[in-house]
Design a protein. Sequence first.
Length: 463
Amino acid sequence: MPSLLATGETIFPPLVKGGEGGFETGFCDEMTRYICQRADIIFRLTGILEKKLVETGVLDLFRNVEIPLAEVLADMEMAGIRVNPHILMSLSKEMERDMNIICRRIYTIAGEEFNINSPKQLSNILFNKIGLKPIRKTRTGYSTDEGVLTELALQHELPAEILSYRQLAKIKSTYADALLSLINPETGCVHTSFSQTVTTTGRLSSSKPNLQNIPIRTEMGQRIREAFISKDGCVLLSADYSQIELRILAHMSGDELLTEAFRQNEDVHTRTASEIFGLRPSDVTPEMRRRAKAVNFGIVYGISPYGLALDIGISQQEAKEYIDNYFLRHRGVKSFIEDTIVKAKEVGYVTTLLNRRRYVPELASEDNSVRQFGERIAVNTPVQGSAADMIKLAMINIQRRLVREGLKAKMILQVHDELLFEVPEEELAVTKNIVVEEMEGVILLTVPLKADSGVGKNWREAG
DNA sequence: CACTAGTGCAA
DNA sequence: TATTGCACTAGTG
């Protein structure tokens, strides 16, 4: 790709000369500082340019979505989200105590002390000293990841202890200690950095801290979420799209059953389970629904029997039957996948609802695995990227309405299909209406869009 | 100090 | 041998 600009040169020069990283620069005058910080952020967020313009091939998207969104994101970054340091500190201490206890047990079982955090040293203990049978290889040795340890736990008591230790170590280092260090002492908030230029699909990314991967599945994770709080007089409002990617798949593919499921406002995973297992929806068990949910995710990712089997712990044979059954009932999805790949090979790229473009050179590869990877990209990107388009547009529309209606409510986070707001309590009802209305009405599809919402004094309650 | 590998968190 | 990310620790040079 020829470069239109010299290295470092940009179409949009900074409005104000200032240091990189707004919250680290020291200015005396508060207003000057505010303007410089905001300008720095907008500059970073719009500094996309020739690569972006050429690669997307769509100037409209850039003008109508990404430039206006930069201002929204700048406001979000500056607003930040308040974090209660005491919750994180006590959680950290509690986890340290538990880790010490587990650590001593591990050393006793192993018969020696070693660095539990080192996969290399752990692998030596498990596979050489104890003599357990390796399950999978990595490039440099034997894998000790969660799936492997879970299997090994059936034969020996050590792997289970390692799993407990790992869970605590992960949460403590990444989410308790690291997050504490990123609280801005002046604002009492964490101010993430969003990027519009990192991902290949059009999603945002978040860093320093990454607020798009805060734990949610485990109890420990939920307790981390309790540390994200609203300011006095405010509550947190969370609104998330329900099944947006599957709804987009229904829209793009025109698949009859999938479309009908959403039009009837049915539970799509239960519906899929009933199709895969050949039962009435009322006879679907929670375990069947769980497996069907994995199938639905798999469809969007470009499923393989191996991957599905690995994900839900069944045989490859069984996984293949699930997939075959799914495509038997969903001819529309099947032909959408095939047509998308054929078209992508023809023109060299795929597109989203707002004409975002991603080139897929992998499709022309001689290497089968590379080419198949290209095919999964070709299927996944229009779906994932369209979801990104839609929430971005909704964010712009919501922000405009909040301003126009003179509300103090602030958008503070985006997590791919969820938006988080800090809302003065007296504005809650009206803000919630605006948010849900704008999210559900952002683009008219052949199936309805649904946004669920929740409210609380912290992210756990609101989520 | 810069980099890679393995691991694991989210949508 | 399922998509997109960020970031931790260990280990190497």
